[in-house]
Design a protein around this ligand. Structure first.
Ligand SMILES: Nc1ncnc2c1ncn2[C@@H]1O[C@H](COP(=O)(O)OP(=O)(O)O)[C@@H](O)[C@H]1O
Ligand SMILES: CC(=O)OP(=O)(O)O
Ligand SMILES: [Mg+2]
Length: 401
């Protein structure tokens, strides 16, 4: 079965085509910096590699670029898009409706649309991808794999907000958590690499990309995570504020900002982008600006790292211990400085990083802590696409029985 996987992130569209008989990777690509001036696409199909700048203002443009490139005569791996036998989609918000992956039908699309206002940077892009794929590949099965699903094991004490209970009954206002497919993948991979059953480990998984979240995974079950009702809560992100005093939106609205203004501010103009007085949402640009002497970029980076360390510390407390700390996703896989500075805050837990390994393994998979470190610190490049492809195959096979 040849599966196309589409993973729309807030700043990127990642995709893979896999032959699922033996999980052969036929093609892999990313459109990144969507909506920024220097967007580009990178694709690798076996020996054929291409990287070029493209103008993509949103995820719909990005998807057009992808479809053209995978069927491109010189750079692609398919003669026709019809060679795809199933499509797996990352869907960010499944709410309480979906605790596991599902075959997409009109009812599912309707439920996703209903959840759109809870993940405004993501669900609309996910739905665009689903509708475009249905148009291009009529009759080909499509599966939705939810960011929220892996977190459904969280206990009430972690997912309930201390507001009137009737708000949960009426509107399902609770914490859901996101990046579940990524946390699930790295947790499984850590068990394999350490040759330990993941059931024996207390893992903190730090998924730090444009969106960022941390999960506490105790004996293979999520017991807490930093994102909440929406992907806005928790860490400082590229454009999202993460935790703030809930009185701030009310204060701003009393000063003339509309609900829409506040929503845009917290989701699209905050995080390191807003803190740096709009240098960039991209961590590479922030660090470059800091190196060139920009004080606000330096401050944004300090706030970003400090908040991350505090969350990791609180999850060591939540699990009464921590065996493994995993760094994953765009920023954490590729930025030695951030891993080092976060770990410097964590010496109280016996975290000791090996500076040489931290630099040497940048962007690849492996252990970066010293032999004496009480916590095994690892970089594990995430592979949400592989998890999505596996779920897609499983659901399509079950459906064909
Ligand atoms: N090679 C790299 N070196 C440093 N930072 C990188 C690299 N690749 C990606 N990043 C950073 O990762 C972030 C994007 O992460 P990613 O996980 O792809 O995001 P998302 O899925 O949320 O769109 C950006 O801030 C970017 O600066
Ligand atoms: C949920 C979320 O923030 O996803 P991403 O990091 O891909 O934007
Ligand atoms: Mg992502």
């Amino acid at each position: 079965m040849r599966v196309l996987v589409i993973n729309s992130g807030s700043s990127s569209l990642k995709y893979q085509i896999l032959g699922m008989e033996d999980e052969t990777l036929l093609c892999k690509g990313i459109v990144e910096k969507i909506g920024l001036e220097d967007s580009k696409v990178e694709q690798k199909c076996g020996e054929k590699e291409i990287e070029k700048n493209v103008e993509v203002k949103d995820h719909e443009d990005a998807l057009k670029v992808v479809i053209d490139l995978i069927t491109d005569e010189n750079h692609g791996c398919l003669k026709s898009i019809k060679e795809i036998q199933a499509v797996g989609h990352r869907v960010v918000h499944g709410g309480e409706d979906f605790a596991s992956s599902v075959m997409i039908n009109n009812e599912v699309i309707k439920a996703l649309e209903d959840n759109s206002n809870l993940a405004p940077l993501h669900n609309p892009a996910n739905i665009t991808g689903i509708k475009a794929a249905e148009k291009l590949l009529p009759g080909v099965p499509q599966v939705a794999v939810f960011d929220t699903a892996f977190h459904q094991t969280m206990p009430e004490r972690a997912f309930m907000y201390p507001i009137p209970y009737e708000m949960y009954k009426k509107y399902k206002i609770r914490r859901y958590g996101f990046h579940g497919t990524s946390h699930r993948y790295v947790c499984k991979r850590a068990g394999e690499l350490l040759n330990k059953k993941k059931r024996d480990l207390k893992i903190v998984s730090a998924h730090i990309g444009n969106g960022a979240s941390i999960a506490a995974i105790d004996h293979a079950k999520v017991i807490d995570t930093s994102m909440g009702l929406t992907p806005l809560e928790g860490l400082v992100m590229g454009t999202r504020s993460g935790d703030i005093d809930p009185a701030i939106p009310l204060f701003l609205m009393r000063h003339g900002y509309s609900e829409h203004d506040v929503d845009e501010m917290l989701n699209k103009k905050s995080g390191v982008y807003g803190l740096s007085d709009y240098v960039s949402s991209d961590m590479r640009d922030i660090r470059k600006a800091r190196d060139e002497g920009n004080k606000l970029a330096a401050m944004a980076l300090d706030v970003y790292i400090y908040r991350m360390a505090k969350y990791i510390g609180s999850y060591a407390t939540a699990m009464k211990g921590i065996d493994v700390l995993i760094f994953t996703a765009g920023v954490a896989e590729n930025t030695a400085e951030i891993r080092k500075r976060v770990c410097e805050y964590l010496t109280v837990f016996g975290v000791e990083i090996d500076d040489f390994k931290n630099e040497e393994l940048n962007g690849s998979e492996g252990i970066i802590s010293t032999k004496d470190s009480k916590v095994t610190v690892m970089i594990i490049p995430t592979n949400e696409e592989l998890m999505i492809a596996r779920d897609t195959k499983k659901i399509v096979d079950e459906n064909n029985k």
